[in-house]
Design a binder for this molecule. Structure first.
Ligand SMILES: NC(=O)C1=CN([C@@H]2O[C@H](COP(=O)(O)OP(=O)(O)OC[C@H]3O[C@@H](n4cnc5c(N)ncnc54)[C@H](O)[C@@H]3O)[C@@H](O)[C@H]2O)C=CC1
Ligand SMILES: O=C([O-])CC(=O)C(=O)O
Length: 341
């Protein structure tokens, strides 16, 4: 027998069109280093019932492979060769995860990826604006500080921009911060939480150590820790020695973030995580996008939280972060202006 509460909930699920519990998720770039493990982790998420994978190559194989896992979702792979491949991957989906694009090699900055990835993200965003204008779009492709503004401009030009539904995925900075601070302090990383704000590259990554329980750590230790969090991506790029950048930790980060988005869409309470979004925090200084903790809900980003109290050292880092961010954002916007969509 159902309890009244359970019956109400199942009835809601049956008849609700705006807040379904069964979600469609699309991964664009699903055949790649991030795309494959991210797709696996989305196959394991019980809120996902329809998983669609798209890539220039490999998506069908990955989809067939994942489709043998006995979780409650169907998996389909799509390619550009089949007519309507991208359309069918995106049609009416709830969440789009975008790890499509090239990764760094040693010696490159994320901004060096702009020349290739800007066009890839622009074209995928055009398709998303057409086929799933209401979906939550989660951008992983670098440089995130510029690719997120690119998606925003494409959606604006298509007349379907909803700032509450566009997210730059910065979760890897948060999970690195938890891991690295635990190594310094000799603590359990699963119990460490560091709020990381700003953007997703070098000095724009701003971990707020003063807001952790380790705020009193020695200055030199803190500076080394902050530097490691800001440049953690380089460690992986160097170790992979030309074979790409972080993929497995990024897949874990992407799945965590997508999980939060789904929890929010599903109406769960108090779902809060940082993301690089269209933000009011520093708009009066010309910075249209910024990462800070966001409350997620059925409509996407419901509340953008302020940064809270910063130390004087963090205030200085924030000023440096803003100087770079404003240029990265302008570069993305100019790219779309020049693209004459
Ligand atoms: N936001 C973050 O924290 C992180 C972002 N990244 C970024 O994620 C991106 C992907 O990295 P990896 O998976 O390692 O690269 P990868 O090269 O292994 O995979 C990229 C995939 O994208 C596909 N692709 C390229 N153009 C496409 C298009 N137009 N449509 C569909 N698929 C397309 C490729 O065929 C490839 O399978 C890079 O830009 C990287 O810098 C990487 C790590 C962390
Ligand atoms: O470092 C890179 O190029 C990939 C990335 O964004 C990260 O690992 O944080």
């Amino acid at each position: 027998m159902f309890s009244t509460k359970a019956l109400n909930k199942s009835t809601q699920r049956l008849f609700s069109t705006t807040n379904p519990t069964n979600f469609k998720v699309t991964v664009l770039g699903a055949g790649g280093g991030i795309g494959q493990p991210l797709s696996l982790l989305m196959k394991l998420n019980h809120k996902v019932t329809d998983l669609r994978l798209y890539d220039l190559r490999g998506a069908k194989g990955v989809a067939t492979d994942l489709s043998h896992i006995p979780t409650n979702s169907t998996v389909q792979g799509f390619t550009p060769e089949e007519s309507d491949g991208l359309k069918n991957a995106l049609d009416n989906t709830d969440v789009v995860l975008i790890p499509a694009g090239v990764p760094r090699k040693p010696g490159m900055t994320r901004d060096d990826l702009f020349s290739i990835n800007a066009g890839i993200v622009r074209d995928l965003a055009k398709a998303a604006a057409q086929y799933c204008p209401n979906a939550a779009i989660c951008v992983i492709s670098n440089p995130v500080n510029s690719t997120v503004p690119i998606v925003a401009e494409v959606f604006k030009k298509s007349g379907v921009y909803n700032p509450k539904k566009l997210f730059g995925v910065t979760t890897l900075d948060s999970i690195r911060a938890s891991r690295f601070i635990s190594e310094v302090e000799g603590t359990n990383p699963t119990q460490e939480k560091v709020t990381v704000v700003g953007g997703h590259s070098g000095v724009t990554i701003l971990p707020l150590i003063s807001q952790t329980k380790h705020s009193m750590m020695p200055k030199e230790t803190r500076e080394k820790l902050i530097h490691r969090i800001q440049f953690g991506g380089d460690e992986v790029v160097q170790a992979k020695n030309g074979a790409g950048s972080a993929t497995l930790s990024m897949a874990q980060a992407g799945a965590l973030f997508a999980g939060k988005i789904l929890q929010g869409l599903d109406g769960e309470a108090d779902v809060i995580t940082p993301s690089f979004v269209d933000s009011p925090l520093f708009k009066n200084e010309g910075i249209e996008f910024f990462s800070s903790p966001i409350t997620l809900g059925p409509e996407g980003a419901e509340k953008i939280h302020s940064l809270g109290n910063l130390s004087s050292e963090e205030e200085e880092m924030l000023a440096t972060c803003k100087e770079t961010l404003v240029k990265n954002i302008a570069k993305g916007k100019k790219f779309i202006d020049d693209s004459k969509l």
